[in-house]
Design a binder for this molecule. Sequence first.
Ligand code: FAD
Length: 947
Amino acid sequence: MERLFEETVLVLGGAGFIGQMLVPYLLAAGYRVRVMVRGPAAALASIQNDRLEIVRGDILNETDLEAAFRNVASVVHLAHVWGSTWNEFWRNNVEPTRKIGELCIVHNVRRLVFAGTIDSYYAGSNAGTITEKTPFDRNLKRRNYYARSKAAAEQILTEMYKQQQLPLVIVRPGIVIGPGGTPFHGAVGRFSGDLCEVWGEGTNALPLVLVSDVAAAMVRALQVDGIEGESFNLIDRPLLTARDYLDELQKQTGKPLKVVHRPIWKFFLADLIKWFVKAATRHSDRARMPYYYDWESRTQKAAFNSDHARVRLGWQPASNRQRLVDEGIGSAVRYWRSSPRRGAGTRIENLETRPAGSLFEADVAIIGGGAAGLTIAREFMNTGVDVLILESGLDGESPVHAELDRLEWLNDPKREASLNFRRTFHQKSMPWFDPDVQPYGVRCRGLGGSTACWGGKSATFDDIDFAKRDWVPNSGWPFSRASLEPYIERAAEVLNLGPNIYDEKLWPLIGKNIKRPRLDSTKLRSFFWQFARSRLVAVSVMNLANEFRAQRADNVRTLINATVVHVDTNTEGDRVTGLEISTIDGAKSHVRAKVFVLAAGGIENARILLNSNRQQKNGLGNTYDNVGRYLMDHPGGRIGYFKKSDVKRARYLGFYSIVPKNDSIMYMHGLALSPAVQARMKLLNTAVYVLPEISPRDPFGAVKRLLTFQTTNLGGDLWLLVCSLPLLAKGFAIKLFYSPVFPERLKRKTVNLLMAINPGFVVREFLSMRVPHRLDRMGVHVIVEQPPDRENCLVLSESTDALGMRRVTAHWRISANERRSVAAIGQFLHDELPKAGMPAPAIDEWIMQDRPDDAVLVDMAHIFGTTRMSDDPRTGVVDSQGKVHGVGNLFVAGSSIFPTSGHANPTLMILSLAIRQADEIKRRFFADTYCGAEQPQDLRKAFSSVE
Ligand SMILES: Cc1cc2nc3c(=O)[nH]c(=O)nc-3n(C[C@H](O)[C@H](O)[C@H](O)COP(=O)(O)OP(=O)(O)OC[C@H]3O[C@@H](n4cnc5c(N)ncnc54)[C@H](O)[C@@H]3O)c2cc1C
């Protein structure tokens, strides 16, 4: 033992899962330990021991390695660097291992313990019993690169042992579980969100081993004399199947999983398809053809015999089912829960589970878990500030909670026509637009808010939207767009967007040789929107709740089914003292916090303030009768179309893609009124874009008519089906693609590829809603700014909701200004496109015949202005930071604070302002506590670890 105190063991890869456990074991055994780490070794930070030395370095860097080897007696090599091609695995792992072996010889190291893997064996149903004498899979070249690179490294080291007496001992741990590792182990199944696809039936016992037992075996591998050149498989007794493991995991996390036992051939088939795509696109990783036995090996049906380790090393693993469960799964779950940014999950609790009358305390209470609320919460993640999100709805849709949103709508003279348009257009692709349920102010009540149902269309406002314009009464923001730039960048990062460019400056990035017609730029300008893609689901736009749920931050708690029914203040009304919250069943509780953020959406922000009238008779923040006023939306509608024969020539308007990093980003190109023409003709900011439309010869329509016995032309409809067989086959293929059979990662890659090749195709398929619709014309759609008008407003109505809160009536009128601006852009399209060599769209008669009263325009679920921002309390509810005038600790977030609406969809701007507000709250209230929250660039890392 005395000798050991002088020995230094170098651990390469010591900050990893096994390393974290091994280091204390080595220290306990009396060694000095030097750990070489590439980044901050947070996992080792808690170890206070002067025999532990942590040095920075990379195994890919020979100088780092040379330095780390100084005065080292033994080495444990656990390091592994992932790559995506075999060349990368070779360069990152096999070559450095050779170097490590050479250094061990040069430095006369007493022992090198190398961690191989049992994955290098074939372990499927035909494997029988595996011992150290069993040869590796004879088709290693076709196995996964991890297994192959570990085997290659072993082979090189073994040669060195034979030729140069390298004092080598190899250990091959089984499926290692325990604290520090992910409980969602890839050897048990493929985890993706709540889904776990088990490798096959999952009824055979798995070759599991506790990480502490692996560490103990490694210490023995350093200590036992005369075992050079030997290898040891480290597997405990077969005690748990994949099914047992998943049952225990669900118990420990309290989170149900959707467990699917997927036959191996399906994984293989998907891999094969993926390989075909790679081969077709000459992908750099096309060399490895999929290998059925590689997939089948994951079932781990082989029996492993670890007698050699037990006898030669004196190794005594747990061999106890309960310990495997407690330490392997329970401790792993607890560790994973307690460590920031590790795997998925934030604390979400239903208020219903707490007794009525509970008191919740936090530093920051956020009312509403939608786009704005979750973004602010995210900015506080992993800081010393305790954040509580109060979300009225559940973690998913709930009609009972949605009923709380019901309101009345007055004033639009075109009510019937616009409801019909909504029925025939919006509702087709987005059921939330059903006018019988939400005739106005469409939104979603539930975690994620309206990002659970939004279209992901993102753009920033223009400079002109921030300016005071003499032709737009009440216009002008208290700051410029330029000052928002850094926040827009951070918001774009959260939304997984591509380059933040929305005008003609994007063309060079699109990079293709696109013929750009010369339009009169004094009238029309290019405008782009981009689509926020989910990082988690390949074929979906981003739902902020999903991304939020997948993040880990113990300082952020969420209460769902917690509707804020009243904001309490002191008698002076200058401080919020607490919140009254209620479950949908009426069980009330209370919240106390230092700062409150109202982020309940454009309608509810005003409604909550107006309803909070116990201390302030007219409602909170409403001294100057501004709450609920200046209600705006984006009037929008279809104003024409391009004929089928013109669609190709009109393609300049349509969809483009950019591949900034790994993911393709979809952009939509439209046209907007130039700032010059807006000023000259006193118009509002207005834009148009095109969307493919379903053909009258749509076979799906025929199927529907036939099935509902509504066909008026039986022969015609049947013939249409016969002529559309290829389309129906395509529909079937698309359905298959969307089904869970198709692995998520392959889906993402396929969508990326398709987007890069033909973004229009992807859009058409998306709009087809996974059924074989035939599309032909392209509709021309408009979206227009609405000027802030005091008379457009929300007022409390006499009726109340289930929780006793008064509902609101929306007085929302589209004025002549909006119609005039829409007519102007329609007329410009008609006149200017042909001059530039493009086809003229057929523009609606009301524009061509100057009958603005016949315009059918609807609201677009973009509510603005009801708690507007102004530095002057007489003209606004909140100041330029979104703090309610006269109330020291209440902020409002979301588009209700926007003084004007621009024409761009609001969410990117909502997030930008929310991030700006989070910074302000930190600065004002938590300057002492706030100690380095995640910087924006870390967010992507956090998300990528989730993926
Ligand atoms: C169908 C649809 C499509 C859309 N498409 C787009 C698009 O493509 N691009 C775009 O930019 N925007 C789009 N939007 C708008 C966008 O979704 C919203 O602007 C954005 O979500 C607003 O963010 P928010 O946080 O202010 O409100 P929300 O996201 O609506 O979140 C508010 C949250 O507060 C909760 N809440 C309400 N009342 C209470 C209460 N009393 N107590 C506690 N919690 C409460 C709600 O349940 C909700 O979760 C779309 C909206 C809809 C409905």
